[in-house]
Design a protein around this ligand. Sequence first.
Ligand code: SAM
Length: 287
Amino acid sequence: MQEQQLARPALYVVATPIGNLADISHRAVDVLSAVDVIAAEDTRHSGRLLQHYGITTPTLSYHAFSQEQRVTKLLERLDAGQAVALISDAGTPLISDPGHGLVSRARVAGHVVVPVPGPSAVTAALSVAGLPVHRFAFQGFPPARPAGRRKLFTTLVGEPYTLVFYEAPHRIRDSLEDMRTVFSGQRPAAICRELTKTWESVATGTLETLCEWLDASSDNRRGEFVVLVGGASGQDEDKEREREERAEQVLQILLDELPVSQAVALAVRLTGLKKNHLYGVALKLKD
Ligand code: SAM
């Protein structure tokens, strides 16, 4: 791509690595080299990445608490026909990172906003956790306070799709405990830790076994985390199927010894399933 095209007046929202510096795209390097200015969440932090790739473009800080003034300055640069890139400390800007104010105001002002896609912890985690991904809901960081956290989990308990959370190391254990309490220990889940970095690990199991995994070693509680919790419906269907299978086995044993009505009456007491339903199953088994 020609440099003029790369640097046409626009706001480029550029994804950067979430750990492994090699994960930056060719296009991201080209765009960051070609723009007039890079708005970075933390200029010192991003300086290391830019230096690694020999990018000498001037940087400006743009963080979560950026004043109105900073946004206005960047918009003035866009008005003046400059090309501006937005990056965050890691991954895709705006994904649990600053940038929404700038992007929305740039759009309102009629500027072109161009995505330069790449890494994000949410997609990296979903791609390896082994949980269903045809539907998922990204939840960002759960509230820091236990009451708020449990309240949020309670509102999500019946959702049928995979839930994705970011969590900080000093809260990972408490957060998992609350998930276990609210979603139940049997919910399938995954913890993706330090993705793309030296100590990358992906632990899968249930919320119960993952709590045990966190307790097994303090190393397991260090670093950056994405927690994924399987949706409700798949699990409910599995449980229902299991219950049906168990009821059928129980009925079969009872039918070998007793008349249908007595076998069904006992099976109702043993399984808790409805009499009519078990009666139908018993007749089928008899056939
Ligand atoms: N914008 C980033 C993205 O696209 O993923 C997320 C920024 S958010 C401030 C930082 C959080 O993302 C971390 O606390 C952690 O939950 C998650 N995260 C970022 N990098 C990660 C990694 N390498 N492994 C696991 N989680 C990561």
